[in-house]
Design a binder for this molecule. Structure first.
Ligand SMILES: *[C@@H]1O[C@H](CO)[C@@H](O)[C@H](O)[C@H]1NC(C)=O
Ligand SMILES: *[C@@H]1O[C@H](CO)[C@@H](O)[C@H](O)[C@H]1NC(C)=O
Length: 740
């Protein structure tokens, strides 16, 4: 026995005070020590992709000279994805006790149920299933099937107004989102879709970039005025200063050392710069907190609307201001937000209630002092007059970024807002990842170019251009004539219009495009390859408008701003965002189902009534059986009677409007040609057709009953659009594949 005792005595005397270096290593991975094996040092583990460190991402050398949990040897284990327990109105394959990275789940709906979401989902390296929840629905409820997160169960199967469903995750999984959701009068579920995940699952920067920018852009753009009853004027007047508050609350308590603190500052700056690129000026507040709270920028500061001044203040804020006070007083941080808002409320109560509020909380630790932070969120809601029945919910968005492993999922989930189709809580590996996500968010916006936006003009003088910022005016000035057409901005250097606006041998210098107040020159005219006006004369079609679509490529790129913006085109990523159909599983057919959902589709075009005066005209697109009268009525018109098969004139490439059923549709007139036929979704505008031709030109008088207008159907032009518009991101699936 003696030598053993002696040995341990020696070990102790050499290693103390500190932890055993032999108990640091991890099987199958790597580690890094923050301060050797000294007390207070942490060992941080990394594993190859698809694995995670068990039992924890890191452990600390405790004051008793032992690594936390040191009896459990660290090893890299294989990542699993949650196992489905319940799937409603359908089946899933394959059924296994465990699912590993790369495994695929395939879903099937029972007869009579339609599938929403992806058919196949793949287990990803971070332990999440790809795509959104798959749901089977027969659409008999007031609300759609709310779905069941993989790894969770749902109680409640009736989806009528007032019904409630509750969720639970399987043992070992943690829930994000709402535990309970109610089917509301507006046919949406209250709260946010829940998800279940393992403790080791982090959101990746691209995932956060996508979901967070989708949510925040929702706030930035005009929101749906129908959403809240009794409030007619709740558009965001984003250009008038300070009608939005953005308060960034940074937890600097556990930010071990200066580096993380600096990164958190940089991330905030990236975020503010990104916001500035949206062409609006919110009022900023920036608060740093550890044990105590330190406002860096106050909402009441004179220069809190000046993004550059705000950034400067963040840059000069020093780490030393918090040093040594390392408690996590999240409640204190949020209380400071409450104080700032109270001050605003007292100064100008009316304006205060018109102001929207975004709180960004970044925390890397469990709150361990100051009390429960949700109390402050409640107080903030009260002062904003937000009630639990959903009223004024739009006026507050609390995003929480939980950084690192030392956070309590349930707590951050409690603090974050919960809204349908949106995500407000993120769990990320590190502050570096958050910064990366903010960077990527910038790129996303650049790619998407925020299509189909429009704002109500704030004053009468500002005119209606703002409402239709994607309209381009095209003038063709030939030696002895001048012709006018319309077009739509679809990308930075492309205007979409009708091919027949131009002669087949048109000289490019005859063409001028005007967007906003700028005349632009044309570099190239791309007509559809199949456009051939004289090509059907053997079928007695004197002039064929089939494939009547063209793109004007501009000599210089358009700078987008509030009066000049692109419209959305079908089957692009930008439109997926506009339609709130996010995730990789969204297809072109989802867009078509949403945009052209019935036999009568509400659509609009923009007519120029007088010089510079645009007027919106509402029409119905007739589809299916309702389209047949378009053909029949055209046959009755004298000049078309010689055509044996009217479908040679009116091919399937046209959308039809006009006529008197269910209402008298206004006609398109000469100068409208080439302009967009638009379907509006909430406050977003998606072009589905190009105004091409009408059967009877009677713009001066009343609309004759037989009159019909035809528009080139963009869903039929996708291959060509895809080929030409390489700047835009189109969805993968080609239309023809599924339309068969
Ligand atoms: C590392 O540990 C030693 C010994 O406990 C201590 O004196 C030193 O301050 C620590 N360094 C840091 C950066 O924490
Ligand atoms: C889903 O997976 C099955 C089996 O691998 C495959 O046949 C099917 O085409 C996939 N569906 C989609 C939409 O990718």
């Amino acid at each position: 026995m003696l030598p053993v005792i002696l040995l341990s005595y020696i070990t102790l005397s050499v290693a103390a005070p500190g932890c055993d270096p032999d108990k640091v290593a991890i099987t199958g991975g790597e580690y890094r020590l923050t301060n050797g094996t000294h007390i207070g040092s942490r060992v941080e583990y990394t594993c190859p992709e698809g694995k995670y460190p068990h039992p924890a991402y890191s452990r600390e050398c405790q004051s008793n000279g032992q690594w936390k949990n040191e009896k459990v040897r660290a090893e890299c284990r294989v990542v699993q994805c949650p196992r489905p327990v319940q799937f409603e109105h359908g089946e899933f394959f394959s059924r296994k006790p465990r699912y590993f990275v790369g495994d695929v789940l395939q879903f099937e709906c029972w007869a009579g149920f339609h599938m929403y979401g992806p058919e196949n989902r793949t287990c990803q390296a971070n332990g999440k299933w790809s795509g959104e929840e798959t749901k089977c629905d027969n659409n008999v409820g007031d609300c759609p099937n709310p779905g069941i997160p993989i790894g969770g169960i749902k109680v409640g199967t009736s989806y009528q107004n007032g019904d409630t469903v509750t969720y639970e995750c399987q043992r070992g999984l943690r829930m994000f989102g709402s535990k309970e959701r109610t089917c509301m009068k507006n046919k949406h579920w209250s709260g946010a879709e829940p998800s279940c995940r393992f403790w080791y699952t982090y959101d990746t920067p691209p995932e956060v970039a996508q979901t967070f920018s989708a949510s925040i852009s929702e706030i930035i753009e005009s929101s749906d005025p129908d959403k809240v009853e009794g409030l007619t004027d709740r558009r965001i007047k984003v250009r008038t200063d300070g009608l939005m508050n953005i308060v960034i609350v940074i937890d600097t308590s556990r930010s071990v050392g200066k580096r993380n603190f600096e990164t958190a500052k940089e991330a905030s700056i990236v975020f503010i710069e990104k916001m500035a690129s949206f062409d609006f000026t919110p009022r900023y507040g920036v608060i740093s907190y550890a044990s105590f709270v330190k406002p860096i920028v106050r909402l009441s500061d004179e220069d809190s609307v000046d993004a550059e001044a705000v950034i400067r203040k963040i840059q000069t804020f020093q780490y030393s201001e918090h040093e040594g006070k390392m408690g996590t007083n999240t409640r204190g941080g949020l209380r400071e937000v409450f104080y700032m808002l109270s001050l605003q409320s007292a100064t100008d109560p009316k304006k205060f209630l018109e102001t929207r509020n975004v709180i960004l909380l970044m925390t890397d630790g469990k709150h361990n002092m100051g009390g429960n932070p949700t109390v402050e969120v409640k107080r903030i809601r009260e002062i904003l007059k937000i009630t639990n029945n959903g009223n004024r919910e739009d006026y507050l968005d609390v995003y929480v970024f939980g950084l690192g492993e030392d956070i309590h999922e349930e707590h951050i989930n409690d603090i974050a807002s919960k809204k349908n189709f949106e995500k407000h809580v993120f769990k990320m590996e590190s502050v570096d990842h958050m910064k990366e996500a903010f960077y990527e968010m910038l790129d996303e916006v650049e790619v998407l170019q925020m299509c189909g936006l429009s704002k109500e003009p704030s004053t009468d003088e500002e005119g209606v251009e703002e409402m239709y910022p994607w309209i381009a005016k095209i003038t063709i000035t030939r030696p002895y004539s001048e012709e006018r057409c319309k077009g739509s901005i679809v990308a930075k250097s492309f205007i979409l219009t009708a091919a027949h606006c131009f002669h087949l041998d048109e000289e490019l210098h005859h063409i001028t495009v005007r967007v906003g107040d700028r005349p632009l020159k044309v570099k190239n005219l791309h007509r559809h390859d199949k456009y051939n006006p004289l090509g059907k004369q053997d079928k007695m079609v004197e002039k064929s408008f089939d494939y009547d679509v063209a793109l004007l490529e501009l000599q210089e790129k358009i700078q987008f701003y509030r009066l000049v913006r692109p419209i959305c085109l079908p089957c692009t990523t930008g439109t997926s965002w506009a339609l709130k159909q996010r995730g990789i599983a969204v297809t072109c057919s989802d867009h078509e189902k949403t945009l052209l959902s019935s036999e009568l589709v509400r659509a609009m075009f923009v007519a120029e009534e007088k010089e510079r005066q645009y007027e919106r005209k509402d029409v119905f697109i007739k589809r299916g059986n309702k389209r047949l009268p378009c053909l029949d009525d055209t046959k009755k018109i004298e000049k078309f009677q010689a055509i044996p098969d009217i479908r040679d004139l009116i091919t399937d490439n046209f959308l039809c409007t006009g006529g008197t059923e269910p209402e008298v549709d206004p006609q398109t007139c000469g100068g409208d040609t080439g302009g967009p036929l638009i379907v509006r979704f909430k406050q977003r505008y998606i072009q589905v057709g190009v105004i091409s031709w009408g059967t009877i030109n009677s713009c001066a008088g009343p609309v004759p009953a037989l009159s019909r207008d035809f528009h080139t159907d963009l869903f039929q032009m996708l291959d060509w659009l895809k080929e030409k518009l390489t700047d835009l991101e189109f969805l993968n699936e080609s239309y023809r594949q599924w339309s068969k």
